[in-house]
Design a protein around this ligand. Structure first.
Ligand SMILES: Cc1cc2nc3c(=O)[nH]c(=O)nc-3n(C[C@H](O)[C@H](O)[C@H](O)COP(=O)(O)O)c2cc1C
Length: 180
């Protein structure tokens, strides 16, 4: 697959069949995240890999409204935290790492989904960051960006194209209003 094909094929996959992810595959996904660009190359991310089914179950309850429920059937999760003291652009840096891991996972035949952690609440009223910190033990000054769920895909939605968006969302030279 060439890069554009990988980008068109990438989708959020929230249902997984039983089965483990090979260590080598998981390591490639992690490597992709660690190769992401970061402001001043500070690399503020600290990735916590979870494979224990009990812990995955606990993490699946980190978001009000069930937005993380797919973690209960995932084979693994990569929890992306940052040492925010290292840089003021840790959210951008961590988003880059998330995106590269998500894309790589998809291209390698895994199902994965971005689960937002930052600015989101747990069902008990705490922030998702506090809830996840209690389970995983990252330090007080580490911030939670997001969690990438990973598993063997039960289904994979169709590839997308951005043909319409190329007309509507791209403004050449100047913004001249929305084209209807
Ligand atoms: C910043 C961000 C936060 C997201 N948060 C969640 C989430 O908490 N739970 C979830 O199921 N999907 C989440 N998603 C996945 C989006 O819902 C998904 O990317 C979008 O619907 C487009 O679908 P696609 O990824 O299949 O193209 C998130 C995606 C991004 C980029």
């Amino acid at each position: 697959m060439d890069l554009m094909e990988m980008i068109r094929n990438r989708r959020s996959v929230r249902t997984y069949r039983k089965g483990e992810i090979e260590e080598e595959t998981l390591r490639k996904v992690l490597e992709a995240g660690l190769l992401a660009p970061s402001g001043r190359n500070r690399q503020p991310w600290e990735l916590i890999v979870v494979r224990d089914p009990q812990t995955l179950k606990q993490l699946s309850e980190c978001r009000a409204g069930g937005a993380a429920r797919m973690l209960a059937s995932a084979a693994a999760a990569v929890v992306v935290t940052a040492d925010s003291a290292k840089t003021d652009v840790w959210t951008e840096d961590c988003s880059n790492a998330m995106m590269l891991m998500h894309l790589t996972a998809d291209a390698m035949g895994l199902g994965s989904c971005w689960i937002q952690g930052r600015l989101r609440e747990a069902p008990d009223g705490r922030t998702a960051e506090e809830y996840v910190r209690e389970i995983l033990g990252y330090p007080e000054d580490f911030r939670l960006e997001a969690i990438l769920s990973l598993g063997l895909p039960e289904e994979h939605p169709e590839a997308k194209t951005a043909a319409k968006e190329l007309e509507k969302k791209v403004h050449w030279e100047r913004y001249e209003g929305q084209v209807e």
